[in-house]
Design a protein around this ligand. Structure first.
Ligand SMILES: Cc1cc2nc3c(=O)[nH]c(=O)nc-3n(C[C@H](O)[C@H](O)[C@H](O)COP(=O)(O)O)c2cc1C
Length: 179
C-alpha cells in the first residue's frame, strides 16, 4: 500500500501541469458590499447560456470575494487586456485595499475597471458546489467591449499575449526601428 500512497499527489501535480497548458484569458471578478469593494483575479470563466444570457466563474470557496458576491447578489467580470499584467497580479495578491489607484468606470452597481477590454455585469443566479470551489452562475444584465483590443493570456503559469499577424508586424517594425 505504502508504495502507492503518493499516487494522488503525483496525479494532482500532473493535473496542475497539464491544466496550465489550457490557455485562458484573465479576468478580475469584482463586487461591492457594505464593507466596500472586493475583487480577485480569475481565469475560470466560461460563457454558459444565450437564453437566458448566463456566464459562470469558479471561485475558491474560502475566498473573501466569493462570500462578498453571495452577500451582494451580483458581480462583474472584467476581462484584462494584453498590458494589464500588473492588475492581474494586484488582484491575485491578498491586500486590504486592492482598488487603491485603480480607475473605475462610474454608473455601475459593481466595480467595472477602466482598463478592462470587456466587462459583464451579472446578477447572481446560482452558487453551486464544485469541490473546493463554488460555481458562480450569473445572469448577464449589462456588458460592453473595446474594439481593437488585445487580451492578456495565461498559459503554462505565465502571462503572455496573442501574436496576431498585426502584432507580429508591429513587433517587426519596432525591431527594425531599434537598429
Ligand atoms: C492568472 C490567475 C488566474 C486565477 N484564476 C483563479 C480562478 O479562476 N479561481 C480562483 O478561485 N482563484 C484564481 N486565482 C487565484 C486568486 O486570484 C487568488 O487566490 C487571490 O488572492 C484571491 O483573492 P484574495 O486576495 O481576496 O484572497 C487566479 C490567480 C491568477 C494569477
Amino acid at each position: 500500500m505504502s508504495m502507492f500512497e503518493k499516487a494522488p499527489l503525483r496525479l494532482e501535480s500532473s493535473y496542475r501541469d497539464a491544466i496550465s497548458h489550457f490557455a485562458t484569458g484573465v479576468t478580475v471578478i469584482t463586487t461591492t458590499t457594505e464593507s466596500g469593494h472586493a475583487g480577485m483575479t480569475a481565469s475560470a470563466v466560461t460563457s454558459l447560456s444565450l437564453d437566458p444570457l448566463q456566464l459562470l466563474t469558479c471561485l475558491r470557496t474560502e475566498l473573501p470575494t466569493r462570500s462578498a458576491i453571495e452577500l451582494s447578489g451580483r458581480f462583474a467580470v472584467n476581462v484584462l487586456g494584453a498590458h494589464a499584467e500588473d492588475l492581474a497580479i494586484k488582484f491575485a495578491t491578498p491586500s486590504a485595499d486592492k482598488f487603491a489607484g485603480v480607475p473605475l468606470v462610474g454608473g455601475h452597481p459593481v466595480p467595472v475597471l477602466r482598463e478592462a477590454i470587456a466587462y459583464f455585469v451579472c446578477d447572481l443566479a446560482a452558487a453551486l458546489p464544485g469541490g473546493d470551489h463554488t460555481i458562480m452562475v450569473g445572469n448577464v444584465v449589462d456588458c460592453g467591449h473595446r474594439a481593437d483590443s488585445q487580451p492578456l493570456v495565461h498559459f503554462s503559469r505565465q502571462f503572455s499575449e496573442i501574436c496576431t499577424p498585426a502584432t507580429h508586424e508591429r513587433q517587426a517594425r519596432q525591431h527594425e526601428m531599434s537598429w
